[in-house]
Design a protein around this ligand. Sequence first.
Ligand SMILES: Cc1cc2nc3c(=O)[nH]c(=O)nc-3n(C[C@H](O)[C@H](O)[C@H](O)COP(=O)(O)O)c2cc1C
Length: 195
Amino acid sequence: MERSVNVTVVYYSSTGTIHRLATEIGETAEKRGAEVRLVRAAELAPEAVVQSRPAWAAHLKDTEDVPIASVDDVLWADAVVFGTPTRFGNVSAQLKQFIDTLGPAWFSGLLADKVYSAFTSGGSLHGGMETTLVSIYNMVCHFGGIIVPPGGDLNPYGTSHVLGADNLPVGDIALQAAQVQAERVVRIARALKEV
Ligand SMILES: Cc1cc2nc3c(=O)[nH]c(=O)nc-3n(C[C@H](O)[C@H](O)[C@H](O)COP(=O)(O)O)c2cc1C
């Protein structure tokens, strides 16, 4: 029997792109036998700003039942997968704020030895998706975590979807990348648990 593995997918999404990828990663991890928590970073933008963009307001309403991420969701996990849209080539403030709440857990050494992986999306092809992912992995080094990127030649740093000028929704290529990433995260986390 395969050893059980706990996977937490923590994401922030304004308009649903990252939420779609987060769902795919969570479902794939479940298919690989993991226990999964899918949780979202709390919205920090002022209500008026959210409401000024209908797609943002609609997505927030659609996902109000997704639990807000807590420190316990990270402590519980053997593997944590972070998802964020690219914001000026960097992590969204919402996800970063959640990660900052992990300070006491970090200080107590409780974030170490877990598997971490990350995924993102951006408006343009060279708009800083890799720098966003590396920014997350920088933080993982501080945790003493084990970075598990997908590798390969498609999205080696982590699943990355480009919306482009046509605002393309997540398609098969990004979904396949998400599946590959989730499978690898579960496989490595399981192997590490057996050490
Ligand atoms: C304030 C802001 C900054 C952004 N910065 C970038 C960027 O640096 N590079 C990029 O490719 N896209 C950028 N975008 C586009 C977002 O990354 C894109 O809308 C997001 O990936 C969609 O994900 P979501 O639907 O999950 O919110 C930015 C969007 C906003 C609102």
